[in-house]
Design a protein around this ligand. Structure first.
Ligand SMILES: [Zn+2]
Length: 432
């Protein structure tokens, strides 16, 4: 048997159609039309989209699925969310964090989400969540890549033991340096925290991913400091500014200076449209700001931008379900970015772009890549976003690890078709 698995007649995210994907062991052996060789298992994609797995480059797995414990966020603000998480933290047990994270990963796998960068709060001196998520990272490794960020939720300087705990967490094996400069006591403390955290990343040879300027404050300037520090320390290509929502409210002249600094320093951005469309603008009356960062402008300049989920059913966000197509769908609407080209780009912003930002090895649909991919009930990436398409099959290292039946409705209408396949409504529009 030359191949273990062959997927026939797939459409790929880059627009190629009629492609067969042959898998030998854990790797993709060939991607070309008309592969005739025998295979242990054959899946007929029937012209539908096969994509590399979804990637969530910004998440909080220590808080996920804790919605309502010990109470709900009444104001819907970031600050009440942080306060509520502070009430929950002393109540956490390692078993409960592990259990919720594993349950979340089950859901993620079913949605074809096979790589997650999760921030983990290090402000609890017990480092209970760190231990729990390191355990989860090892447990889910066969089916999901979990990258952890040491995140001082209560402030690197504002929380008395955060600096020591952050070092401890990195010593324990947490992968990435995190921070939250806009939550420090002063703008100066925030800038100092960016500097200190970037120096830690440089010293340890790690990536750095800071929650940055997640506010409606047009004068929040931490991403500027992040760019300057990335430049000074040579952290280009391994530095991320997450959220960057204040950029929505900044003066246009200032942004015209800021964005080239990010590009020059090699800083990538991660926007989190589901949560930030709900958290931002809460102090506005009308007109009410959307509070998303400037995605099209960063894209136009060549700054890597990914879309993250951030939260699912936790103190900050009561909805969410490991569905990265939902994230892309929100971005398309809320930014807005409705050209065919921009919608197609949004699909990349929840797949290939975050994979590159996270430095995932063997990611993609080329021969030699890991045999990790998702068959969707959709004709192409735009359709996948339009439909939040069903993940018909999820393959990890050549093995089908999740399957969902296609979404098909039966109709009982006189003189009309007997059923509806929502994916059958794909429009026939010219490219772009
Ligand atoms: Zn976050």
């Amino acid at each position: 048997m030359p191949f273990d698995l062959v997927v026939k007649n797939a459409t790929l995210p880059d627009g190629r159609t009629g492609q067969d994907i042959a898998v030998a062991g854990e790797r993709i052996a060939a991607v070309e039309p008309g592969i005739a060789a025998e295979a242990g298992r054959v899946i007929d994609a029937a012209g539908r989209l096969v994509s590399p797995p979804f990637v969530d480059s910004h998440f909080h797995m220590d808080a996920t699925l804790s919605l309502g414990i010990p109470r709900l966020n009444q104001s819907g603000t970031l600050l009440e969310g942080i306060a509520l998480w502070g009430e929950l933290k002393p109540l956490l047990t390692q078993e409960a964090v592990v259990e919720r994270a594993l349950r979340y990963c089950d859901l993620a796998v079913s949605q074809g989400l096979l790589a997650v960068r999760s921030h983990v709060d290090i402000c609890d001196d017990r480092l209970l969540a760190v231990e729990a998520l390191l355990h989860v990272k090892a447990a889910v490794k066969p089916y999901l890549d979990l990258q952890l960020v040491a995140f001082p939720q209560d402030g690197y300087y504002r929380s008395p033991s955060a600096a020591r705990n952050l070092d401890r967490a990195l010593d324990m094996g947490v992968d990435v340096v995190g921070g939250i400069p806009h939550f420090e006591r002063t703008m100066a403390d925030g800038a100092a925290s960016v500097r200190a955290l970037c120096e830690i990343a440089e010293r340890r040879g790690l990536m750095v991913d800071l929650h940055c300027d997640e506010s409606d404050d047009p004068l929040s300037r931490h991403v500027e400091t992040l760019a300057a520090e990335a430049q000074r320390l040579g952290l280009g290509g391994r530095t991320v500014g997450s959220h960057l929502t204040s950029m929505h409210s900044m003066d246009n002249y200032y942004v015209s200076k800021l964005l080239p600094l990010l590009l020059e320093a090699g800083v990538a951005a991660i926007a989190n449209p589901l949560i930030n469309i709900t958290l931002q603008g809460r102090h506005d009356t009308y007109p009410r700001r959307r509070g998303l960062t400037r995605i099209p402008e960063m894209r136009a300049l060549g700054i890597p931008v990914a879309l993250g989920q951030d939260c699912a059913m936790d103190p900050w966000y009561g909805l969410g379900g490991a569905d990265m197509l939902d994230v892309a769908h929100m971005a398309v609407h809320a930014v807005p970015m409705t050209s065919r080209e921009a919608i197609r780009w949004s699909f990349g912003a929840v797949t290939a772009i975050p994979a590159a930002i996270m430095g995932l090895e063997g990611y993609g649909l080329e021969p030699g890549c890991n045999a990790d991919f998702v068959l969707l009930q959709a004709a192409d990436p735009i359709e996948a976003i339009r439909l939040r398409a069903t993940r018909l099959a999820v393959v990890r290292r050549g093995r089908v690890i999740a399957e969902t039946p296609p979404r098909l409705a039966r109709l009982g209408l006189e003189g009309r078709p007997t059923g509806v396949d929502p994916a059958g409504y794909a429009p026939r529009v010219a490219a772009n």
